[in-house]
Design a protein around this ligand. Structure first.
Ligand code: SAH
Ligand code: F3S
Length: 472
């Protein structure tokens, strides 16, 4: 199946002139990771990666549907690609990911914008779909799967810095938060075979990667019992249950197997995070002390309407536990403002929760109604845009204040930085992150990218620590 298309591209263009593909990823890290899987599938059939859209035979957009704005960005890009298409009649354009899943054949059939529409579980079918296009047929596959984890595919890191890599451990989500499109576009939750996770990390480490982020919509819900959906675990046999591997066990396996590699994970869901994960983090110094713990709102009423499965009290207890077990752990949030029926009191409760936790950083969004979600079907998007905007700027301002205060505590202290890239503002400075996931900028001296530096912090903004290197 793979060789067929390789043959086509070889005979048409000659081996030295392979077909070229470009992929642009939008949205979450999972899309970046998926694009690497797609790149590997395409390379297997003789395509080679190009970052020059004007010089590509195939342009793929790996899309995001999480908010309306994300979809508008993709639509704008498609318009600009259409003008490239006018000058290159052979160019094929594909839409992958969540928008492909959400809008299905609307793109191809009704709007006649793209040649290829592939949902997140159907990437293995891309070689066949490309053949369908060559034969003049429509090419749509948006089937969601119960098993697909792409476990055996070694992602092609086509756009890498050679230092940080993402490794997917779960796909899909079963949580059904009422605002969220992800369960509809990415399907039911399933976990990846731990052996294949360890193999992938092993290869990355052998190739010099220094930091691995384990990736999933809800990593704490990871559960391997020989394959199958998370929701079918109750039907598993006794032996499957006894030998099953949950997230804390996986995290331990990874940390123990790669003691010189920094390990991160994202995203944690408060309802599923158990104490064992925190104790495992405390036990292994190579697991970075940062937890991204989205809460969305500080009001119990809103949390309930969002179908989040915890109260503010329970969430605060979890925060207390994190601070007790991991005193120097940073905590970040996702917050949605202007959810249906959110009152001024609900908003004040969110500000109050933030004052309580004092997050290190966060990602804050205005509620965006997504068609088909429970919130869209049952609730009115009734908070006026002006109020959403004002509340959003209030939570952003408060977050910036907390970030600034938290970062000031590092001044005078030494931190360990993994050097990732040149500072955006100065080519005499390196930028990297400390274990708490805070960006640190410092003079280059004789250090190289990919090395660790011990840096003394001398100043800070609300997002960045500024330091000087300590020569040992
Ligand atoms: N568990 C996932 C969450 C994915 S969505 C993860 O890996 O991060 C990321 C964030 O987008 C959510 O935490 C939420 O804060 C925000 N979000 C999701 N749906 C949204 C919507 N309809 N409107 C505004 N923000 C939304
Ligand atoms: Fe979305 Fe909630 Fe899952 S935010 S990805 S449904 S945990």
């Amino acid at each position: 199946m793979f060789t067929n298309i390789a043959e086509i591209s070889k005979t048409k263009k000659g081996i030295s002139n392979l077909k070229k593909f470009s992929i642009i990823s939008y949205g979450c890290q999972m899309n970046v990771s998926d694009s690497e899987v797609v790149a590997s599938i395409l390379e297997n059939i003789g395509y080679s990666y190009s970052d020059d859209l004007n010089n590509s035979d195939l342009i793929l957009l790996n899309t995001c549907s999480i908010r309306e704005k994300a979809e508008l960005t993709v639509r704008k890009k498609l318009e600009s690609i259409n003008s490239i298409k006018k000058n290159n009649k052979n160019l094929k354009v594909g839409v992958l990911g969540c928008m492909a899943e959400r809008l299905k054949d609307k793109f191809l059939i009704e709007e006649k914008i793209v040649d290829l529409v592939v949902g997140p579980d159907a990437y293995r079918d891309i070689p066949n779909l490309l053949k369908e296009i060559e034969d003049g047929n429509d090419a749509v596959n948006v089937l969601l799967s119960k098993e697909e984890t792409y476990a055996d595919i070694n992602p092609s890191r086509f756009n890498t810095n050679g230092i940080n890599a993402f490794v997917s451990i779960t796909r899909g989500c079963d949580n059904m938060c009422t605002f969220c499109i992800v369960p509809f576009t990415r399907g039911r939750e399933r976990s990846r075979d731990p052996k294949t996770i360890l193999n992938e990390i092993n290869e990355l480490v052998e190739n010099g990667y220094k930091e691995i982020t384990l990736l999933g919509q809800n990593v704490d819900s990871y559960l391997w019992y020989g394959g199958g959906l998370k929701k079918d675990y109750i039907k598993a046999s006794k032996i499957q249950k006894q030998t099953s591997i949950n997230f804390s066990k996986l995290l331990e396996l990874v940390a123990k197997s790669f003691p010189n590699t920094r390990i991160r994970f994202t995203t944690s869901n408060p309802q599923d995070m158990d104490d064992d994960v925190l104790y495992t983090m405390a036990k292994y110094s190579n697991i970075c002390n940062h937890i991204h713990l989205p809460v969305q709102s500080g009001s119990d009423e809103i949390l309930n309407k969002m179908n989040r499965k915890h109260t503010v009290f329970e969430y605060l207890n979890l925060i207390k536990k994190i601070k007790r077990i991991l005193p120097d752990c940073s905590i970040s949030q996702d917050m949605i403002t202007g959810f249906p029926d959110e009152t001024e009191d609900d908003h004040l409760a969110t500000l109050n929760l933030m004052d309580n936790v004092k997050y290190d950083f966060g990602f804050m969004f205005k509620y965006s109604e997504r068609p088909g979600t429970l919130a869209a079907r049952k609730l009115n998007d009734n908070v006026p845009e002006e109020i959403k905007k004002r509340r959003l700027s209030e939570i952003i301002d408060l977050q910036l204040k907390h970030s600034f205060e938290n970062l000031s505590k590092y001044v005078g202290k030494k931190v360990e930085v993994l050097i990732e890239k040149e500072s955006k503002k100065s080519d005499n400075h390196w930028a990297g992150r400390n274990p708490q996931n805070i960006i640190v900028v410092f003079p280059k001296k004789n250090f190289l990218r990919g090395e660790y530096a011990t840096v003394k912090i001398i100043n800070h903004t609300s997002t960045t620590l500024i330091g000087e290197v300590i020569i040992a």
